[in-house]
Design a protein around this ligand. Structure first.
Ligand SMILES: [Zn+2]
Length: 291
């Protein structure tokens, strides 16, 4: 009887995690996506799993006793390696090889879903509609949402827009091609090309970056027949109006197809846990028996 009383009184919540290159963030959300307890730390260079473990314990300790996480969702640099249960970005990266899913599930005591930052961003931006989300962070990532459903593909990587070719004979890319969007519109690509921090990017390269994003957006909209594109991430925050003006200017030249006449490209920025929250809320409701 005591167990039944506890079950009736407890409130199902979800634990959300974002693994960024600058911060690790953890929070608790309710069924509406409202964030309650939250905390974050600067992402350490080494031993990231230990830092994440300490942060989750801290959030759980601050969570009211009647709130019980029934699901966890974590976002990080794509792609997700489902076999590993972690994130496996191309090139050297401290997240490679870490079993994030197992670590979170063990601490919290519930199943954990992993999703890339960009795909989760697209889901957050969709509002249940059809949208292409383009996230310009340390890498370029994104997602395609049709009727509120995030398209996955065979390996869950639909939306890896970073390697769309946007410039003939452009900058060499880590993927083996040249002229990829990644090299013009990700923090990593921009800083490698300038040798400076993102906020010190020259105006001419901000304009160029916007042009390349517009080219990718026009191609994506033409291919997918989705007219709503939302763009976010730290690059948009840093480059602001000049970047957005450049995108819209280039789009006029690149979107003459009949089905692109209503193309709607706009900036949409959310809090750092919004993507993981959208993923957690989109998952099927968990029953106590399934945990
Ligand atoms: Zn590439």
């Amino acid at each position: 009887m005591a167990d039944e009383a506890l079950s009736t009184d407890s409130i199902d919540v979800r634990l959300v995690v974002d693994l960024g290159e600058r911060h690790l963030a953890v929070g608790i959300i309710d069924g509406e996506g409202n964030v309650g307890v939250r905390d974050r730390v600067v992402t350490p260079t080494k031993d990231r799993l230990s830092a994440l473990t300490r942060l989750i314990h801290r959030v759980l300790a601050a969570t009211p006793a009647d709130q019980r996480p029934v699901l966890s969702a974590a976002t990080g640099p794509g792609p997700v390696d489902e076999d590993l249960g972690g994130f496996s970005p191309i090139g050297p990266n401290e997240w490679n090889g870490l079993r994030i899913r197992d670590a979170i599930s063990e601490i919290v005591g519930c199943p954990t879903i992993l999703e890339t930052t960009g795909r989760a961003y697209a889901l957050a931006a969709s509002g249940g509609n059809s949208v292409i989300g383009v996230h310009l962070g340390d890498d370029v990532d994104g997602g395609v949402v049709v009727g509120g459903r995030l398209l996955s593909g065979e390996r869950g990587s639909v939306g890896a827009f970073g390697h769309i070719g946007v410039e003939v004979d452009g900058r060499p890319c880590i993927c083996g091609k040249s002229g990829c969007l990644e090299t013009y519109a990700s923090v990593r690509g921009i800083e490698e090309s300038t040798g400076r921090g993102l906020v010190s990017t020259p105006a001419s390269l901000i304009t160029q970056s916007g042009m390349m994003v517009a080219r990718a957006c026009a191609s994506l909209a033409a291919m997918m027949d989705i007219n709503q594109i939302r763009i976010g991430g730290v690059v948009v925050e840093a480059f602001r109006e000049a970047f957005i003006d450049s995108i819209h200017h280039e789009l006029v030249e690149r979107s003459r197809l009949t089905h692109l006449q209503n193309l709607d490209v706009a900036v949409a920025q959310f809090h750092v846990l919004a993507g993981a929250s959208a993923v957690a809320l989109a998952a099927a409701p968990m029953s106590t028996a399934a945990i």
